[in-house]
Design a protein around this ligand. Structure first.
Ligand code: CP
Length: 316
């Protein structure tokens, strides 16, 4: 059974196929789009809050012909101690696939091990692969012919500012190797990329290590794109004050953006906190592409769901 738990779960040959499908689904939206999951039911398990992920997956499943069963873990027996193994096995008897937003990567791994149906990672503390594929699609649209023009990404420099030990920073590290981009992470001491992502990177790019530059002005020089995310993610609330202080020099302001490349784009996976990781000025500028990123979640996830659904049918 095939899953999408990490960016690297699709092969080098499959990735362009997924991006072509996403670009095609975007073109077809509002017209006749294929309902390749007709008659199916997919579970959506959320251990954490969400706006974009929840809506884009539910709408995407609907448009592909499937019924979405929305489950907040607080309303399930998981919150009362039922094991993931038993939950996954039961869900696999009812559902055709699972979309999961949770804490540890090991939780999506365990669901995938026991459910017997495709599992999609809709964010863990380690990775956010659906977001990153959608962001890459957005950059391909801006720099190339359309969202499937992956050649347009080659050699481009993207700088990630802020918490460089976060799921988004980790996901960009993997995306850099997969899509031929130069990724520079810039954040304070204590928020550098960890060994787990370095190990993951070495599996697809032996000898490569995440690039971490503490000085934000040095890091951003010549960047084709600048990316940031909230400084206090879900689960980090107790450290809020420490994080806000440490990351203040990494706030993406107009003056910092001026040190990037002249046509540098600004990306954010949202929700944004204006005045913290980015100023309202930058968010409202022509460089900002965050609403295109958010829209592309829908098209990209439909492609991922359609492909996993297709492979699952072949398994039967
Ligand atoms: N970017 C993202 O995952 O947004 P939500 O938390 O609203 O789903």
């Amino acid at each position: 059974m095939r899953h999408f738990l990490k960016e690297t779960d699709f092969s080098a040959a499959e990735i362009p196929m997924i991006f072509s499908m996403a670009a095609e689904l975007k073109r077809l939206r509002g017209g006749s789009y294929p309902r390749v999951l007709e008659g199916q039911s997919w579970g959506m398990i959320f251990y954490k809050n969400s706006t974009r992920t929840r809506i884009s997956f539910e709408v995407g499943l609907h448009e592909l012909g499937a019924h979405a069963v929305r489950l907040d873990t607080s309303a399930t027996q998981i919150s009362r101690g039922e094991s993931i193994e038993d939950t996954a096995k039961v869900m696999g008897r009812y559902l055709h696939g699972l979309v999961i937003r949770t804490y540890g990567q090991e939780i999506v791994d365990e669901f995938a091990q026991h459910a017997g149906i495709p599992v999609v990672n809709a964010l863990t503390d380690f990775l956010h692969p659906c977001q990153i594929y959608s962001d890459v699609m957005t950059l391909a649209e801006k720099w190339g012919n359309d969202g499937s023009d992956l050649q347009a990404l080659k050699g481009r420099k993207l700088v990630f500012m802020g918490d460089c030990a976060s799921n988004m920073a980790n996901s960009w590290v993997l995306a850099g190797a997969l899509f031929g981009m130069e990724i520079v992470l810039s954040g304070p001491d204590g928020f550098a990329p960890g060994t787990e992502i370095a190990n993951e990177l070495s599996k697809i790019a032996p000898g490569q290590k995440p690039v971490f530059v503490e000085d934000p002005e040095a890091a951003i020089r010549g960047a084709d794109a600048v990316y940031t995310d909230v400084w206090v993610s879900m689960g980090d609330e107790e450290e809020a004050s420490k994080r806000l202080t440490a990351m203040a020099p990494y706030s993406v302001t107009n003056s910092l953006m001026e040190k990037a490349g002249p046509k540098s784009l600004f990306l954010h996976c949202m929700p944004a906190h204006p005045g913290e990781e980015v100023t309202q000025e930058v968010l409202s500028s022509d460089r900002a592409v965050l609403f295109d990123q958010a829209e592309n979640r829908l098209h990209m996830q439909k492609a991922i769901l359609a492909q996993l659904g297709e492979w699952a049918k072949q398994e039967l």
